[in-house]
Design a protein around this ligand. Sequence first.
Ligand code: FAD
Length: 408
Amino acid sequence: MLSTTARPWIEATLPVVLEHGEAITRHFYQRMLGQHPELKNLFNLSNQSQGEQAQALARAVYAYAAHMDKPLQISPVLDRIAHKHVSLGITPAQYTIVGRHLLASIGEVLGEAITADIAGAWDEAYWLMASDLIAREARLYQERHWSVGGAWPDLEVSALQASSEDTLTLTLRAPDGKPLPAFAPGQYLSVALPLPEMGLNQIRQYSLSNRPGEGVWRITVKRVRGEAGRGGEGVRPAGCVSTRLHEHIRVGDLLRVGPTAGDFQLRSGQQAVVMISAGVGITPMASMLQHIAHTQPERPLVFAYAASSPEHYPLREEVESTLARLPQARYQLWLEEKGSEQASAGALPGRMALDHPSLGAWPDDADFYLCGPMAFMQTQRRTLLAQGVDRSRIHYEVFGPDLFGDLQ
Ligand code: FAD
């Protein structure tokens, strides 16, 4: 709980700190990574260059300060952050470094407006949030028997398969043949890849696309292609990790992998499940679907999926053959490229529309799981809310920095 001395200072300065939130976090990343270049291995430098990481951190810290008195509201947000931190192997000691630079940046950006009292109040708020996160992360590490700060294991790529025109599915196993730990369907893992062109490692998350309990972990990676501007000038570079995985990884190679994590998890129980995904956002759904088929084939299920064309539908054969075996499953596919739906029986043309009559009424008491591009998820979530679905029933995964509040 924030002290009575600090509270008025936080309340008085929150608006100005919020106003300069992005400038502060940008300044912070430059300051911290300048003094601790080793941390570049930990932060996603592509998100840095686009400012998304700064936005995500700014929103988390300031949302925490603004909602400190509403623990129920802030708890799911902290859980999500704790899971991401665990997947990155964040240690308690790193909170000291972040705290020092963040507080210094607040002072340096806001200048003389920041008195010793105000700085002290923000220090207190930061450490309240940090201690809360450290405790949550300790529990997650313990559940995984993970040694905090230790070296990540190298897993062997035991199979590689092109799972659509632009995705590659990698199966990972322990080199000693021991089964890998189970995970919750919907969770992800981190891959740490050395990038010789950058002279450092980069970590990226990938949702597990197989079911838990198989003793192996499987991920399905979309190749992020670059886009050239006019006159051959590059406007968006190719994704560094996904490109390297697609171009260089072979069966038998070792990949450095962190712990499985993620609060986007299939709820246990008998209630109906509605999975709504697009593009490579199908990966956590594939895991949930396989898990349901294996453990609860009678569980009511609706599977709505959208792709640009049949060639861009990852894991299609596996997903459709599993759905065909499930007596309670309803399935609807949308294909956006004009005419591409004609070769797929039952597919609808264009973009997903959740009010399409083919889907029928939602099952009672269903939980809804969303994954896909942010704009896609915002559209589907709006439709669900307009249809009267309770917001607490809608769960989602973002394949990028979690811009807190973007789905609100
Ligand atoms: P990056 O190098 O990170 O580039 C990403 C984008 O930023 C590209 O479009 C690139 O052009 C652009 N960019 C980079 N630098 C600049 C710059 N200087 N200026 C302008 N633009 C720039 N992906 C999957 O394929 N499958 C999954 O199952 C999956 N699951 C995920 C689960 C979670 C929880 C999360 C957070 C992400 C998941 N992702 C998944 C996404 C994945 O982690 C990576 O973000 C993705 O593979 C791209 O990484 P990259 O290194 O190839 O691209």
